[in-house]
Design a protein. Structure first.
Lengths: 172, 201
């Protein structure tokens, strides 16, 4: 009976043969590992990529004859502070101007912007005047809010003494 | 009487070729991947919903603002860096040695006042960093060195895009000073580097 016994030990009869080892190796786990590493590296490299937002500032060197004036009633001035946001409509030095305060949450400044945009329409313009205490994050958040609410008309300005006085006067 | 046996085909494939491809790809990606450029300071940028990646085709001049308000300049354009260094050294009367030059070129980041140039560049970049020499480029109106650095960089490569990478907790004042400095040179388009965030519904 010619029976192959791979477990060895059965050496009864027949010719004594040296056992031949197969030269083939199962490559499957190695391929698995290779593709796993590729996947890992590809995912981690794309995730680390930073994104940018473009900020266009007006050209200071040109004269502004080309600019179109914006109506005061269609404008809101937003002053980001460290943890809260002030906003008002109108001229800051007038006593009738009311300063309101809100926060950076979804129901805060985003809702204010969305409501005003719905009320005022396409010419709605946002003027940002960051206070002295505001952080870079606050300004980026605000520009981001404009992007979220699809507002392309916004301007980033320096805060003026009138606005500072208005914030101080309101005591908020 | 011989039994008819169906010929059995083997189910095990030769995986060697596939393995070769997998590791070839792996090696390729690892070699082509660029390491994240070394930063003089750790900057945590604020997040935004923007999805536009930074376009680095024409060269980018990155201005980083640390949490403490230090301003750092970085670019991977070697020619512009050499040009900037030569002009700055010339302007501030610093005699450049070969060692200083190679120290400058081996680090991507510029972050020292011109007065400390000799002291900083005689150290290896990593040592200069650990000794706390990288204090940032002065941008106050009396001594606005950032304006010169950017001016020379723009002279070397006019297509440079300006990216501003501010720490989320840095003061807005520093950012507005940078913007003011650049606007004085008629640079009006800035790329603000942010980390990605999901768009709220």
């Amino acid at each position: 009976m010619a029976e192959i016994d791979s477990s060895g030990g059965g050496k009864k009869g027949g010719k004594k043969r040296s056992k031949k080892m197969s030269t083939k190796i199962d490559m499957t786990p190695m391929v698995d590992l290779g593709f796993l590493l590729i996947t890992f590296f590809m995912l981690t490299t794309t995730l680390a990529k930073p994104v940018t937002m473009q900020l266009n500032m007006p050209d200071k060197t040109e004269d502004n004859t080309q600019t179109s004036p914006v109506k005061m009633s269609e404008t809101v001035t937003i002053c980001p502070d460290e943890n809260k946001v002030y906003y008002y409509q109108g001229i800051p030095s007038e006593s009738a101007t009311v300063l309101n305060v809100t926060d950076y949450s979804d129901t805060g400044i985003r809702k204010v912007i969305a409501d005003m945009k719905a009320r005022i329409g396409n010419n709605f313009t946002i003027v940002m005047k960051p206070t002295k205490k505001s952080k870079y994050r606050n300004v980026v958040d605000l520009i981001d809010e404009c992007a979220i609410t699809n507002n392309k008309r916004y301007a980033l300005l320096e805060i003026d003494p009138d606005t500072e006085a208005l914030i101080k006067r309101s005591g908020k | 009487m011989p039994k008819v046996k169906a010929k059995r085909t083997s189910v095990s494939l030769d995986m060697t070729a596939m393995c070769d491809v997998a590791f070839l790809l792996l090696t390729f990606f690892m070699l082509t991947a660029k390491f994240r450029p070394e930063e003089a300071v750790t900057v945590v940028p604020p997040s935004s919903i923007s999805e536009k990646p930074l376009n680095t085709k024409d060269g980018v001049l990155t201005i980083s603002v640390s949490k403490e308000g230090g301003v750092y300049l970085a670019t991977d354009d070697m020619m512009a860096r050499e040009f900037m260094l030569e002009r700055m050294a010339n302007k501030y009367g610093v005699a450049l040695t070969e060692e200083m030059k190679s120290n400058f070129l081996s680090s991507e980041v510029v972050g020292f006042p011109a007065g400390a140039m000799r002291q900083v560049l005689n150290e290896k970049p990593s040592e200069a960093k650990s000794k706390g020499f990288l204090k940032g480029i002065p941008i106050d109106s009396a001594n606005n060195e950032l304006s010169y650095w950017v001016g020379y960089a723009k002279l070397s490569n006019p297509a440079f895009k300006i990216a501003i990478k501010g720490d989320q907790n840095s003061d807005y004042k520093v950012f507005s000073d940078i913007i003011g400095t650049l606007q004085a040179q008629n640079i009006n388009i800035f790329q603000l580097v942010t980390s990605p965030e999901k768009r709220p519904q």
